[in-house]
Design a binder for this molecule. Structure first.
Ligand code: GLC
Length: 602
């Protein structure tokens, strides 16, 4: 790994997305423009100047479509409407126009694997008989034992488990009141999987793409991109047995969400751990057939001007499998979760950088770098846990609590490392403020279906979705922007630690995380680091915690070890993730542990 000959180059590409920094907005929690305690599109528009000043190139909005919000909007009831919680199509258009005027591209989320159970198609399916075209848009099956004379259909069609815990099948009640067929939901009962063997489904999703492309969006983040196609015959998943054996005791009081999906009487009868983030090969993920879908969509996007793009959310490994989603006639990018999972571990990080650059480059695609998103514990918190390679799926009050100072120092350093790598970087709202996970949310405030479906055995993702703090002195830390002063409580309570981290407390303050992000993004843009190519430096020594690479004439040194690392002769620090003032950088001859620096030749 310390081979200095290793050069990992990315192909030169001209498209805007190839080296873009994309800021993820989780609309419920970014900014509330109407004072109801829930973030919305008007709030996004009002905060666009902040994002422009931050120095990002694009925003990606998690779903804001009409939805009963059983999974924070990833349960879409109407793909062509804005949920009234967030505004209207007019508010969306105004936001898009304003973003474009400010030079920001806009990526929207596309959720093709499943709809909401409140989508008109699912309602039609429930009202129609087995075998009807309405049922054929979803994955309906008879019970495994529904064979004449051998049973009454009480057994689910196979043993698949939901990613959120519990079985992946629910049985419906037919229109005549009799116990009926089962439908597949890889996620919540309120998220029935679409049948991607059905031509109507393909046509509909192409039309949804065109709907948003016609409005002017620059791209799509494709939700569960690895999930659309299921193995023919829907065979049992062998790993399930092992997974159930590994199920921990439920440590928290069993919890049930009031009003959980109608007809979902099979759910959460036994607590199951939700499925691991990178799944072992399964009959429902990363099937070869998904690529036909993306080739098709590629041609839809190619019919539009302006380098429209798609980025895949595909939790697959190894890097070569992920790269298949970004072949020249498929998507433009895929989230590099391997890097996110590498933790604060120099060897793993170095391996991940090398493998992901090589794989992306083999298909001519730019790599992406992600440290946090709305599904993962914020990296400020992950890196503050005792085991720096830990990847918890949510943290609660009964779990190990992070060391906030350690976590923040490492998070800032990891950010500098990732922003110096070639390709595209994805930031999750609030990471530029150094926000930690909210680890002590009360059970009564939790909303993530994972929490309910595992009966609290998995705490869920609410802790990274807490409304942002903008102004320390205002109620709700200024999350709600109102003109008459009346505001509701933010939809999730914010921890006290958010006060000092509010944007107004960091703005213009030397050494603050916000100013570090601004400086790093400006540096990255000025030196075109995203369009560069990297090679390991001579001092690269991941086995002793030193990660070091050249990008053009910049040398990046991340100290993930246990002793300070010398600044090589002939170089000076031009940007540091540490707390020391900028005036001291040039004199630094040592890089402390848990710090990363950019070095330039003297
Ligand atoms: C993706 C989303 C996640 C959602 C799931 C189901 O993983 O990122 O938030 O719960 O898909 O749509």
């Amino acid at each position: 790994m310390s081979n200095t000959d290793v050069r990992v180059n990315r192909p030169a590409r001209q498209e805007w997305w190839a080296d873009a920094v994309v800021y993820q907005i989780y609309p419920r929690s970014f900014a509330d423009g109407n004072g109801d305690g829930m973030g919305d599109l008007r709030g996004v528009t009002e905060r666009l100047p902040y994002l422009q000043q931050l120095g990002v190139d694009a925003i990606w909005l998690s779903p804001f479509y009409k939805s009963p919000q059983a999974d924070g909007g990833y349960d879409v009831a109407d793909y062509r409407q804005v949920d009234p919680l967030f505004g209207s199509l007019e508010t969306f258009d105004a936001m898009l126009q304003e973003a474009h005027q400010r030079g920001l591209k806009v990526i929207v989320d596309l959720v093709p694997n499943h709809t909401s159970d409140e989508h008109v198609w699912f309602q039609e399916a429930l009202a129609s008989p087995p075998g009807s075209p309405e049922r054929a848009r979803y994955m309906f099956r008879p019970g495994k034992d529904d064979v004449p004379g051998s049973g009454d259909g009480n057994l689910a069609p196979n043993n698949w488990k939901s990613i959120f815990g519990g079985p992946a099948w629910s049985r419906i009640t037919e229109a005549d009141g009799s116990p009926g067929e089962w439908y597949l939901h890889l996620f919540d009962t309120k998220q029935p999987d679409l049948n991607w063997e059905n031509a109507e489904v393909h046509e509909e999703m192409r039309s949804v793409l065109r709907f948003w492309l016609d409005r002017g969006v620059d791209g799509f983040r494709v939700d569960v991109a690895h999930g659309l196609i299921k193995e023919p015959g829907l065979p049992d998943w062998e790993s399930v047995a092992a997974m159930v054996e590994g199920t921990p005791e439920v440590s928290r009081e069993a919890a049930h969400r009031p009003g959980d999906a109608p007809g979902a009487h099979t759910d959460a009868e036994e607590p199951h751990r939700a499925v691991s983030p990178v799944y072992p090969p399964s009959p429902f993920f990363d099937q070869d057939g998904v690529h036909d879908v993306y080739r098709d969509w590629h041609s839809v996007l190619a019919g539009y001007d302006g380098d429209r793009m798609m980025v895949a959310e595909a939790w697959v490994e190894p890097a070569e499998r992920l790269a298949r989603y970004t072949r020249p006639d498929e998507m433009q990018q895929a989230f590099n979760f391997d890097f996110l999972l590498a933790g604060w571990d120099a060897e793993r990080m170095a391996e991940s950088i090398e493998a992901s650059l090589a794989a992306a480059s083999s298909v001519g695609a730019p790599c992406t770098w992600v440290l946090s998103n709305h599904d993962t514990v914020r990296h400020t918190t992950r890196f503050g846990l005792k085991d720096p390679t830990t990847f918890p799926k949510g943290l609660g009050g009964d779990d190990e609590q992070p060391d906030p100072a350690l976590g923040l120092a490492r998070a800032r350093a990891a950010t500098l490392i990732s922003l110096a790598l070639p390709g595209s970087a994805y930031l999750y709202q609030g990471e530029e403020l150094g926000l930690p996970e909210h680890t002590t949310l009360p059970a009564g405030a939790r909303q993530d279906p994972t929490f309910f479906r595992t009966r609290g055995a998995e705490i869920g993702r609410d802790g990274c979705r807490v409304p942002l703090p903008w102004t320390a002195e205002l109620p709700g830390y200024g999350f709600s922007i109102t003109r008459d002063g009346e505001t509701s409580q933010p939809w999730l309570p914010q921890p006290d630690s958010f006060g000092p981290l509010a944007a107004d407390q960091q703005e213009g303050v030397e050494g603050s995380t916000l100013e570090l992000y601004r400086a790093a993004l400006a540096f990255r843009a000025a030196r075109r680091l995203g369009a560069g190519s990297v090679g390991w430096a001579e001092i690269h020594a991941p086995d002793s915690g030193v990660l070091a690479f050249h990008n053009g004439d910049i040398l990046v040194l991340g100290n993930l070890g246990f002793a300070s690392a010398p600044v090589p002769e002939g170089y000076s620090v031009v940007l540091s993730s540490g707390p020391e003032p900028a005036a001291e950088w040039a004199g630094m001859r040592e890089v402390p542990v848990d710090c990363a620096v950019y070095l330039a030749k003297d």
